[in-house]
Design a protein around this ligand. Structure first.
Ligand SMILES: Cc1cc2nc3c(=O)[nH]c(=O)nc-3n(C[C@H](O)[C@H](O)[C@H](O)COP(=O)(O)OP(=O)(O)OC[C@H]3O[C@@H](n4cnc5c(N)ncnc54)[C@H](O)[C@@H]3O)c2cc1C
Ligand code: SF4
Length: 467
């Protein structure tokens, strides 16, 4: 049937293909197995192929969603992937971790009304992204003799690297860790984003000729001046992220078994602390774990604690579920897996128990007051409502700030919070340095970091075309 005569199938959204909650919460297997071909086609057949597709407006990089969905209907999966890749280089990753409910799916016309059933755009994107062998080989421009140093191998750095390599640049990515991917490997756990999916992207870049220098902390090993001087680079893209944890600044924060979420997650995800002593890094397998925060990081930490054997795993949040910034799907999955949500509590003090370890946390009960600057209702302490939550592990996931190494890399202006000052195209105050991702915007999302890398690559390419 030609698309001209296409008639969408009316019906409910195709359910996700998930592992049973209580079984999957025992190990790190992927929670969602992804759509089969039949499921993907069935879901694609629900799309109305809107003339003015509001889903595209909701996508931060404006992927032509109805067009790739049409390719799925036609079972032309390679073509569908090529359509996505015009705007997003990381569909297997974004399909898994983007907050679709606030973006494309949040705008889909089928998501309106009393019984919202938006097209499962993320699942369809992932379905195509998981078949990278079907994509056309990217066109490579001839080498232009220009060298670019990229600092940081998170989604922003690797997107910029791929675009520049295709545009003929000689690209080297410097990464502080021993492996590439940034938060995609050290933050987001295996059960949400398998490491193999990220490795595939890094391997693909290496095949394009991108060089990776791991264990290279820039700012220590070399700063911007050296890179642009004796090291012979023509330009730099800084994508060092926002990985510095914010402190709760309450007594007992330094007690053993009180962790920052990024440290806890890095231990398990990257250093494989869940497989100690097979791997060198240990971590405490708490039985009673309390996590402070309501974002994706908090959800990842609490669900990881569950998988390390926690009998009671609590998300303690100072507002209510309605105000939580985490993806709805993560909160839903966490609850399915037995995570307890304790709304309207703020930590006051971590308590010391036997052997000097944390044994509990004193919390203040709150109620919602007037909206604050973020538009969300402010938590207001209820006088005298103080109690103790017993715990043997406590994790703080209340946010992060700029990576302090941006300052040591030097050569460009930072704002008062340590983020790099850059324009829409990633241009900093130094004409040879571009920057993007979380180190410019503050902690944001994978798709925004990726979009910034793409814009900066276009700007760098244009700058050298002018020379
Ligand atoms: C636990 C967790 C869960 C998240 N979940 C989601 C989600 O579900 N969906 C979503 O869209 N977003 C999510 N995010 C946010 C998202 O991951 C980030 O917005 C995104 O990774 C930012 O990309 P980036 O490339 O700017 O930086 P990063 O991913 O932080 O990468 C920066 C890289 O730079 C390296 N680096 C830093 N300093 C140096 C230096 N001096 N020299 C060399 N290398 C350096 C770091 O080691 C790191 O590899 C999550 C974040 C966390 C922490
Ligand atoms: S808004 Fe929804 S129904 Fe319309 S084209 Fe986009 S995905 Fe399809």
């Amino acid at each position: 049937m030609s698309e001209v005569t296409y008639r969408p199938v009316r019906g409910p959204r195709t359910p996700d293909n998930e592992e049973p909650a209580l079984e999957r919460a025992r190990d790190f297997r992927p929670v969602d197995k992804g759509y089969t071909k039949e499921m993907a086609i069935a879901e694609a057949n629900r799309c109305l192929n809107c003339k003015k597709p509001s889903c595209v407006e909701g996508c931060p990089v404006n992927i032509n969603i109805p067009k790739f969905i049409e390719a799925i209907r036609a079972e032309e999966f390679g073509r569908g992937l090529d359509i996505i890749r015009e705007d997003s280089m990381l569909p297997a990753i974004c399909g898994r971790v983007c907050p679709q409910e606030n973006q494309c799916e949040g705008k889909c016309v089928l998501g309106r009304g009393k019984n919202p059933q938006p097209i499962a755009i993320g699942q369809l994107e992932r379905f195509l992204g998981d078949q990278p062998e079907l994509a056309s080989k990217p066109a490579m421009k001839p080498a232009n003799g220009k060298k670019v140093a990229i600092i940081g191998s998170g989604p922003s750095g690797i997107t910029c690297a791929g675009e520049l390599a295709r545009n003929g640049f000689d690209v080297t990515v410097f990464e502080a860790f021993f492996t590439g991917g940034g938060v995609l490997v050290y933050g987001i756990p295996e059960f949400r984003l398998p490491k193999a999916v990220v490795k595939r992207e890094i391997d693909g870049l290496q095949e394009l000729g991108v060089k990776f220098e791991f264990n290279s902390v820039m700012g220590r090993l070399a700063d911007a001046e050296e890179l642009l001087g004796e090291k012979g680079f023509d330009a730099i893209y800084v994508a060092t992220g926002a990985g510095l944890p914010k402190f709760l600044n309450i007594p007992g924060e330094n007690l053993p078994n009180v962790f920052f979420a990024n440290e806890y997650l890095t231990r398990v995800n990257l250093m494989k602390a869940n497989q100690f002593p097979e791997y060198d890094t240990p971590t405490k397998h708490g039985k009673n774990v309390v996590v402070f925060g309501g974002g994706n990081v908090a959800m990842d930490a609490v669900r990881t604690a569950k998988r390390l054997g926690a009998e009671r795993a609590i998300i303690a949040y100072r507002r209510t579920e309605a105000e939580m910034p985490a993806r709805k799907a993560e909160l839903h999955h966490a609850k399915q897996e037995g995570v307890e949500v304790m709304p309207l509590v703020a930590p006051l003090e971590f308590l010391e128990g036997e052997g000097g370890n944390v044994c509990g946390v004193r919390v203040q009960r709150c109620e919602l007051g007037e909206p604050d600057d973020s538009g969300r209702r402010r938590p207001v302490p209820i006088e005298g409502a103080v109690e103790v939550i017993p715990c043997d592990v406590a994790i703080s996931a209340i946010g992060t700030s700029a990576n302090p190494f941006a300052k040591l890399i030097g050569g460009m202006e930072l704002n008062k919070w340590g983020y790099i000052v850059a324009d829409e195209d990633g241009r900093t105050t130094n004409p040879r340095i571009w920057a993007g991702g979380d180190i410019v915007t503050g902690a944001a999302t994978v798709i925004l970091a990726m979009g910034a890398g793409k814009k900066a690559a276009a700007s760098i390419t244009a700058a050298f075309a002018e020379e």
